[in-house]
Unconditional design. Structure first.
Length: 458
């Protein structure tokens, strides 16, 4: 087969952008989607894989009444329908994904941290297509997400480069699999690095230079600090190709990189894998620029993306509030050392303090800090009262932020004394903390008992 023919007939390209309808439910996030194109080496076709991520907050759950259903105590029926249209708007294919989402508790049905992932696949010939996704609940609830995916192949395919799919590498049964972020082309902020998978038209391995630049913050965005640009070099390989993993399930979309035998069929595509060091970057806007080293042109590809801290604690969004909550663990002198001349400088000083007190200070994302301020949000929900309007600043809130929820709580209501509430920690905290409720209705710490002093067996 002629090499040019092999290149032009075997490749479909995703050079796509997503148009997301900003649908909100219960004040939480909307459905998200991402797509990837997998070319078939020996045919003039490819498979478009469309991933969707649906938060539980968008679903309508009902209690399970059938004793034969063992998935959970609550369930929600989810239907995702998709239409594939060509460049002139004619519907070429329809696909449908049916799934039942289970939850064991009511809290799981409303948790913004719980979601389900599904995917749909289209086998297509070369061309330009639009995929429209619609989610319909059988409980008369409707959410619509319109996603525009432009997929095309040129007569001269060389030079065509796909938009990246961002993934996270995880171990599964002793081998590496890749989990797509499914965040509308963005990356989640965490301590784990990411990878960009980019498909390009090439019958040979090629070398690329890349640079990751931080872009300016918008006027309404939380401003962290500036990261230096990251430069590197990567080799696009014709023997590596992404495929849907055998471990992929209705709850988890997974890919694998498999080796392709190029001895029998002339390859027409190459896979470029760019490391994205999320662990050393801060949330914000970025640009990935690629330059083919064999090209006389400037940028071969420029694509913007964001690093998003999806579940960033509300108490950490305001630097004033975050510093105020630090009084639970810092002295006045230490707090003064965190004061800077601007919000950006104060945030950096705060992050530096947490990094110095982090047992694994190699990443920007700090698990201890995230837990502390997440507990602050929870303390506001649990312990805010008329008498104590900010639960995280109360004494119960302080204990909760430092030690987490107690194992058990005992309450004492004496006739001639103030009511008492004792938090018992039988974990590593190993304490009993007793609060008294004064005449103003404010909880005060009255006693702290070290349970290690108890006789063995108690």
């Amino acid at each position: 087969m002629n090499v040019t023919r092999a290149i032009t007939s075997a490749v479909l390209w995703i050079c796509a952008w997503w148009l997301l309808a900003a649908v909100e439910a219960y004040g939480q996030t909307a459905m998200q989607a991402d797509a990837y194109v997998v070319p078939h080496s020996a045919t003039d076709s490819s498979t478009i894989v469309v991933f969707v991520r649906i938060p539980h907050t968008l679903l309508t759950f009902v209690r399970v009444t059938d004793p034969n259903e063992v998935g959970g105590n609550f369930k929600s029926d989810v239907v995702v329908s998709a239409e594939l249209r060509d460049s002139i708007g004619v519907i070429r294919q329809r696909e449908r994904w049916d799934h039942v989402v289970y939850a064991t508790s009511y809290e799981e049905t409303t948790s913004p941290d719980r979601y389900t992932i599904g995917w749909l696949m289209f086998r297509v010939h070369r061309g330009t297509y639009t995929v429209t996704l619609e989610t319909l609940s059988r409980r008369s609830k409707e959410i619509v997400l319109d996603s525009l995916v432009a997929v095309h192949a040129a007569d001269q395919a060389r030079g065509m480069i796909s938009r990246p799919l961002f993934v996270q590498a995880i171990a599964r049964d002793g081998r590496e699999v890749l989990r797509p972020y499914v965040m509308n082309g963005d990356i989640g902020f965490s301590a784990q690095d990411a990878r960009a998978l980019i498909l390009l038209a090439s019958s040979t391995d090629e070398e690329f230079d890349y640079i990751i630049r931080q872009l300016p913050y918008g006027p309404q965005e939380i401003q962290w600090w500036d990261n230096e640009s990251i430069e590197g070099r990567a080799m696009a390989s014709t023997t590596r190709v992404p495929r849907l993993s055998d471990d992929a399930s209705s709850d988890e979309a997974l890919l694998e990189i498999r080796r392709r035998d190029t001895s029998a069929i002339q390859p027409s595509t190459a896979l470029l894998e760019i490391p994205i060091p999320v662990s050393v970057l801060v949330p914000g806007n970025y640009e990935l620029a690629l330059v083919r080293r064999s090209s006389w042109t400037a940028d071969t590809l420029r694509v913007g993306f964001r690093i998003i801290w999806e579940r960033m604690p509300q108490s950490l969004r305001s630097i004033d509030r975050a510093l105020r909550l630090m009084h639970h663990i810092l002295s006045d002198e230490q707090l003064d050392s965190l004061e800077g001349t601007s919000d950006v400088q104060r945030r950096r000083l705060l992050m530096d303090w947490w990094r110095r007190n982090d047992p694994t200070p190699t990443s920007t994302y700090n698990e201890r800090m995230a837990v502390y301020f997440t507990r602050a949000d929870e303390a506001d929900r649990r312990y805010s009262t008329i008498q104590e309007s900010v639960g995280s600043l109360s004494e119960r809130g302080r204990v909760f932020m430092l030690y987490g929820p107690p194992t058990t709580i005992s309450t004492l209501l004496p006739v001639n004394d103030e009511p008492r509430e004792t938090w018992i920690y039988t974990n590593d905290v190993n304490k009993e903390i007793t609060f008294g409720i004064d005449r103003q209705g404010i909880y005060r710490i009255r006693d702290v008992f070290d349970r290690s002093l108890l006789p063995a067996g108690d």
